[in-house]
Ligand binder design. Structure first.
Ligand SMILES: NC(=O)c1ccc[n+]([C@@H]2O[C@H](COP(=O)([O-])OP(=O)(O)OC[C@H]3O[C@@H](n4cnc5c(N)ncnc54)[C@H](OP(=O)(O)O)[C@@H]3O)[C@@H](O)[C@H]2O)c1
Length: 350
């Protein structure tokens, strides 16, 4: 990860540092939109436990939560703690189900310490070889890939699957699961290094860069039999290049639009809507948006079983980009939206 910029550092000691939303961004988020505050470390009351944040997950949805109209979820309030999933350790417990030393996945947000009443926590198996995987392949991004590809995309052996943000936690899992299902997998990623990672480390058949002006031609050459599943992670140039290649009965799980995350206006120029709608009609394309939180109750257990096996067998590999220090989180989030991360972006907090 490069290009990380920090909010002013504060003393690290026996205090709780909290990163709050200072101002709503218009366009790309910057340091001025965050503020770091300190408070006393809270003490757990009856039935409560105290969590110390070890790793904070940074995810594209966080940009949406900084807007007044966050969409499918509540926005972060001005002055409110930035939201985020963490791997946290229990350091004190008055809760019968949790003991000191337990590791949990929590929605603790961007802070060092957090009080919890146990609700929404997921205890990690102490035997898990890489606890951070619970925030990537074995966690929210992995489930997103699993549900979007398998339930909505319904891949069949021999089909061609295209996914952008190919080396990120969602895209990398989509591509690797699709390979396990016998598909041909083409990635779209930002630059040569990421494209090489997709092919050499993740086993994609090919990967093309959306920084290349020749993206439409390069993607067409990589997909001589057209596209059967376009897993939509980004929108933007990737979508425009993929669109003409859709086969009849292509499926398009609509997962994310990170290319437009910082957009303040509709893209300039010709309105593509009529062309997109006509193509979807003529080619009988099935488009379905989905939000991963709707699928925990029904799909999380099956996903955990399958993904645990795939990871143990080395059939799915995880690429992580870990930066140190809570104070770097704002710069890292901003960098991720511009593609500076190489794999799942995490902040090591303690
Ligand atoms: N629907 C859901 O429930 C759900 C759940 C989780 C995630 N998501 C979505 O899934 C997508 C991937 O998430 P992730 O966590 O795996 O993120 P990620 O890949 O770790 O990070 C975002 C990536 O987006 C790519 N990107 C940025 N601007 C782009 C552009 N203009 N064109 C193409 N790519 C661009 C960059 O990769 P490159 O440098 O390779 O371009 C960047 O690294 C996001 O859209 C996210 O919002 C949806």
């Amino acid at each position: 990860m490069t290009d990380a910029v920090d909010v002013a550092p504060v003393e690290v000691g026996p205090v709780n540092r909290r990163l709050v939303l200072a101002e709503r961004p218009v366009g790309a988020p910057g340091l001025q939109h965050f503020r770091i505050e300190t408070a006393a470390i809270p003490s757990p009351g009856p039935g409560e436990l105290l969590l110390r944040t070890e790793y904070l997950s940074l995810d594209p949805y966080m940009r949406g939560r900084m807007n007044a109209n966050a969409g499918y979820a509540e926005p972060v309030a001005i002055g409110g703690l930035m939201v985020g999933q963490t791997i946290s350790q229990v350091t004190a417990s008055n809760h019968p189900d949790y003991a000191v030393g337990d590791r949990v996945v929590a929605d603790a947000g961007w802070q060092d310490w957090c009080l919890s009443n146990g609700q929404g926590l997921r205890k990690l198996d102490p035997a898990l070889s890489h606890p951070t995987w619970a925030l990537s392949a074995l966690g929210m991004p992995g489930l997103t890939a699993y549900v979007g590809l398998l339930d909505i995309g319904q891949p069949k052996p021999g089909e061609t699957v295209v996914v952008a943000a190919a080396t990120g936690p969602v895209g990398s899992a989509v591509g690797q699961i699709a390979k396990l299902k016998g598909c041909k997998v083409i990635g779209i990623a930002g630059g040569e290094e990421k494209c090489r990672m997709a092919v050499e480390q993740l086993g994609f058949d090919a990967c093309v860069s959306h920084h290349d002006d020749e993206l439409p031609r390069l993607l067409a050459e990589a997909c001589p039999d057209g596209i059967d599943i376009y897993f939509e992670n980004t929108g933007g140039a990737a979508f425009e290049a993929a669109l003409p290649l859709f086969n009849n009965y292509a499926r398009m799980p609509l997962c994310g639009q990170v290319a437009w995350a910082n957009a303040t206006n509709l893209p300039a120029g010709y309105d593509l809507t009529p062309r997109v709608m006509r193509l979807f009609l003529h080619r009988r394309v099935r488009l379905q948006g989905f939000i991963v939180t709707d699928h925990y109750d029904t799909r999380f257990d099956a996903f955990q079983t399958d993904m645990t096996q795939w990871l143990a067998a080395g059939q799915v590999k995880v690429i992580e980009d870990i930066i140190d220090g809570l104070e770097h989180a704002p710069g890292a989030l901003s960098g991720m939206l511009s593609g500076y991360n190489l794999g799942k972006l995490l902040v090591r907090v303690s």
